[in-house]
Design a protein around this ligand. Structure first.
Ligand code: FMN
Length: 414
């Protein structure tokens, strides 16, 4: 009987265990988690979501404090167009986060950066350009483009010396998205090194509408594989979304996927950035507790636990400190939703905003409990401790369970 370890993901002469731990912003897939995945011979992702805040926490810098101070005068103004990121400071934070991670990396595996286009940061093109090029400069092994079509992202990196040597990939959820991406980038003569095909069962934002349950990963993967064959393009495909066991992963590898990208199982790893209490919420979740809603200001549906504190929270927009979701004109859908409530309750007390959430603040505080559709099965991957809580697992244990698991078995911890 085959298992994941019988397969290898090949990039040129480099061979990797075909397990990729997906990016989980904001700092849920920590450097420690990504470094472990690399040490074990696979690929781990860090994320550059809210990188200035992440840097402040990791390295005691004060990027957020400085930005808040600079724009303090604007806090009561609903027009956030003046709140701009200092590009030099953004580059500095990115290089710190990426550079220190790469320095700490051990072993044969790789560490990639998950870079979401939807973090438009009040100046989409400039900030994205800085994020991508700073990460390359700081030595990241590869970049996974996500949450957006990324039609211009390769172009933004084309002059960087590492553009053709770093591994660059994109996440898509349909053959159409990939077709558009390839067409728009044809003139650069640089194909993606891999394509992550993310189905509707994933965590985080979904590349589907609210009719996500009409789609399935195996079908989309087959369509994309057929398309690449027709076009005579040889690009490794990575299957993602709802792959819970080693046997699930093996089935995709036997059907032509070059690797799998997984995340939900690692949300309860010691090295995962979620606070201990939140990990227990994930363990305890039942199937009915997992919902897909539209509270993210990005416009993409997002999967999360129903008990997520971010749902219905009416906090004041925090764009002077953060502002990662401001579009090029200083707008964010949360600001509009918040202002509507303020108009109804001018004292601003105890307001609840149901339509949208302040995703920056809540992701930053681990109060938006986004998760994959298999989260309710996490409790079956561990033991219950005498105090009733669930035992947190090591990244190594989960990784090895994917690598060697057969027969739909999940290995319990010692
Ligand atoms: C808690 C959590 C946060 C996530 N955050 C991101 C993110 O910031 N960017 C992204 O591209 N994907 C994100 N994802 C998606 C994962 O990288 C991955 O592709 C997907 O969840 C794999 O499916 P699985 O969780 O069923 O294994 C997130 C997933 C989870 C569970």
């Amino acid at each position: 009987m085959k298992r994941v370890d019988d397969f290898r993901l090949r990039f040129g002469r480099k061979e990797l265990v075909p397990i990729i731990v997906g990016g989980m912003g904001v700092d849920i897939s920590t450097a420690e988690l990504a470094i472990e995945a690399a040490r074990l011979g696979g690929i781990g992702h860090i994320s550059d979501a809210m990188v200035q805040d992440v840097s402040d926490r990791r390295f005691d810098t004060s990027f957020v404090k400085e930005k808040t101070k600079l724009y303090k005068h604007n806090i009561d103004n609903s027009d956030k167009s003046v709140v701009q990121f200092d590009l030099a400071r953004l580059a500095e934070a990115t290089k710190l986060h990426v550079g220190q991670t790469m320095e700490a990396k051990r072993g044969e595996g790789l560490v990639f950066l998950n870079c979401m286009e939807k973090l438009t940061m009040n100046s989409p093109r400039d900030t994205l350009q800085v994020r991508l090029n700073s990460a390359l400069e700081a030595g990241i092994d590869g970049i996974t483009l996500s949450a957006g079509l990324h039609l211009g992202s390769f172009g933004l990196m084309a002059d960087q010396p590492r553009f053709r040597d770093a591994k660059l990939g994109i996440i898509v959820s349909s053959v159409r998205a990939l077709q558009i991406f390839l067409r728009k980038n044809a003139r650069l003569n640089r194909l993606p090194d891999y394509v992550v095909v993310e189905g509707p069962l994933a965590g985080g934002h979904l590349g589907f509408g609210l009719d996500w349950d009409r789609y399935d990963l195996a079908t989309i993967l087959a369509e994309i594989s057929q398309y690449l064959k027709t076009e005579k393009l040889d690009i490794p495909l990575i299957a993602a979304g709802g792959i819970f066991t080693g046997s699930d992963a093996t089935a995709f590898l036997e059907n032509g996927a070059a690797a799998v990208q997984v995340a939900t199982r690692f949300t309860v790893a010691q090295e995962c950035g979620l606070p201990a209490k939140v990990k227990q919420e994930y363990f305890r979740a039942s199937e009915e507790d997992i919902v897909v809603n539209t509270i993210s200001p990005t416009g993409y549906p997002m999967r999360m636990l129903r008990s997520t504190p971010a749902i219905g929270s009416g906090i004041r927009p925090n764009c002077e400190a953060y502002g990662y979701l401001l579009d090029g004109n200083g707008n964010c859908a949360y600001i509009n939703a918040y202002n509507q409530q303020i108009a109804l309750h001018p004292d601003g007390k105890n307001i609840s905003v149901m339509d949208k959430t302040c995703l920056c603040t809540h992701m930053r505080n681990y109060n938006c409990w986004t998760c994959g559709s298999t989260t309710y099965r996490l409790k079956d991957t561990t033991r219950r401790l005498p105090d009733g809580s669930y035992q947190v697992l090591t990244t190594e244990h989960i990784f090895r369970d994917y690598q060697f698991g057969v027969d739909q078995q999940v290995a319990l911890p010692e």
